[in-house]
Design a protein around this ligand. Structure first.
Ligand code: 13P
Length: 255
């Protein structure tokens, strides 16, 4: 399970931030800063800015992801967007199962699994988020929670399809709080997830899977987190809205 064999992936989850002109401005500033990146770079703006991002980034090394998708191809699902609609627009990835969707929008492990399936069927890459709450960590069931979330999310996903999945370990207590998991905690959790995936798909598939850490990752702490054997990248919230900070994290991942 040699870390050097898998690509580092740095993704910016912009959450509900930025208008279209702001998206253009941010990307114009970011592009020259990350143009020589040897790791994979993905930005995930809100739905309204996806087309702007896709056209601004055409022909560059930055890919565009959405922050959610529905599991149906189309139909009476007011307010939802299908995976096929994203793919057709030129979006290459989608974040699924973010804890904010689980917390505020009733997302469950089962609906996460349906969305993962739909995204893969549509041809998208998936950034699958898993993570424990503070009380779950305090009850010392972090490993069980991560295993449960991972196993249910990956139900019906083939070994070949796993190649289009990145898992993001995001402890809920570290998101937007400024309270980062220690590098040891992040590595232990990412390693645990890799063990679960190895149990499902074998050592070789698990060894090739990129597992990100997310939760108050920033320019100052990125190197230490990304230096750990099982931490293959980052899913960045707040710091992804600042081009210089996001580029510094990308640079740390490319070392
Ligand atoms: P912050 O980096 O703002 O803590 O957000 C992390 C996150 O939720 C990324 O998906």
């Amino acid at each position: 399970m040699n870390k050097a064999l898998r690509p580092a992936v740095i993704a910016g989850n912009w959450k509900m931030n930025k208008t279209r002109p702001e998206t253009k401005a941010l990307l114009n500033e970011l592009l020259p800063l990350v143009k020589d990146a040897t790791c994979q770079v993905i930005v995930c703006p809100p739905f309204t800015c996806l087309e702007t991002a896709v056209s601004a980034l055409a022909g560059t090394n930055i890919k565009v992801g959405a922050q959610n998708c529905h599991w149906a191809d189309n139909g009476a699902f007011t307010g939802e967007v299908s995976a096929g609609m994203l793919f057709e627009m030129g979006v290459s990835h989608v974040i699924i199962g973010h804890s904010e969707r689980r917390q505020y929008f009733g997302e469950t492990d089962e609906t996460v699994n349906k969305r993962v399936r739909a995204a893969l069927d549509a041809g998208l890459g998936v950034i699958l988020c898993v993570g424990e709450t503070l009380s779950q960590r305090e009850c010392e069931i972090t490993g069980d929670i991560l295993a449960l979330q991972t196993k249910i999310a990956l139900m019906g996903v083939t070994g070949k399809e796993l190649g289009r999945i990145v898992i993001a370990y995001e402890p809920v207590w570290a998101i937007g709080t400024g309270r980062t998991a220690t590098a040891e905690q992040a590595d232990e959790a990412c390693g645990g997830i890799r063990g679960v995936v190895a149990g499902l798909y074998g050592d070789s598939a698990a060894g090739g899977l990129a597992i990100q850490y997310g939760g108050s990752m920033n320019a100052a702490n990125a190197s230490e987190l990304l230096g750990r054997p099982h931490v293959d990248g980052g899913l960045i919230g707040g710091a992804s809205l600042k081009p210089a900070d996001f580029a510094a994290i990308v640079a740390a991942a490319c070392q």
